[in-house]
Design a protein. Structure first.
Length: 234
């Protein structure tokens, strides 16, 4: 690959959040456990009927049955909580406090050590930076919104990656066309295929040194922000 040709004309870079800028697996596991414990304490019939693994299976079954909500993880979570309340003889009043407890735990993330220095360097180098997420993590709530010039959530877009709408909105909000945009993400399907559908160059952030299990190839692969900086500066 001719790196200088690949990086030519890039003016804006969008980043996926979960598992690209932090390890999301322990975050979600801890948040699910916290929700399970909270429900068992405040709504004991739920704790008597379901353990944490059973709640996990129920939520994933709901996800599979509601593709219309795959772009809105907040609404999907609230639908799950409302159904759980109904099934155990409680009313919907548990939904909002239970969700608030979960979403607070969902934001207890630890950025990878290279993220803030990397983003700050990219800003100094003149790139516009954006955040694109299919999840319900808020860069404002995390206190990292000052590192980004624009952001797009699947809830706002009404469609989740790999659908092109989020990437189109990133172009609209940055004022940069697809030819000047680069997307960086960890997910082969949502990030790589999604960027390709939108006509945007993409870099696979492969922090776990995984195998690429998609027929759609990224323009490049990096393992961390330092490799991304080196690629862009080459």
């Amino acid at each position: 690959m001719n790196n200088s040709l690949f990086t030519q004309d890039i003016r804006a870079i969008s980043f996926d959040l979960d598992d690209t800028l932090w390890d999301n697996r322990p975050v979600l596991k801890a948040a699910e456990q916290a929700l399970c414990d909270w429900l068992a304490e405040h709504y004991p019939r739920i704790g008597e009927a379901y353990d944490c693994e059973a709640l996990y299976r129920l939520r994933h079954a709901l996800y599979a049955s509601r593709p219309d909500l795959h772009h809105d993880m907040t609404e999907l979570r609230k639908v799950f909580l409302a159904q759980l309340a109904l099934d155990t003889g409680y009313d919907r009043s548990l939904v909002e406090p239970a969700f608030e407890m979960f979403i607070e735990a969902r934001h207890r993330i630890t950025l990878y050590d290279d993220v803030i220095p990397g983003l700050e360097r990219l800003r100094r180098d003149g790139y516009l930076l954006g955040a694109l997420t299919n999840g319900n993590t808020s860069i404002e709530r995390l206190g990292i919104d000052h590192l980004f010039d624009f952001s797009v959530t699947s809830e706002e877009a009404g469609a989740a990656k790999p659908e092109p709408r989020m990437f189109e909105m990133a172009c609209e909000r940055s004022g940069i066309g697809p030819e000047g945009m680069l997307h960086v993400g960890d997910e082969p399907t949502t990030d790589i295929e999604g960027a390709r559908r939108a006509g945007i160059r993409c870099i696979w952030m492969n922090r776990q040194n995984a195998r690429l299990e998609t027929a759609v190839e990224p323009d490049a692969m990096v393992h961390d922000m330092q490799e991304l900086l080196s690629l862009l500066q080459s």
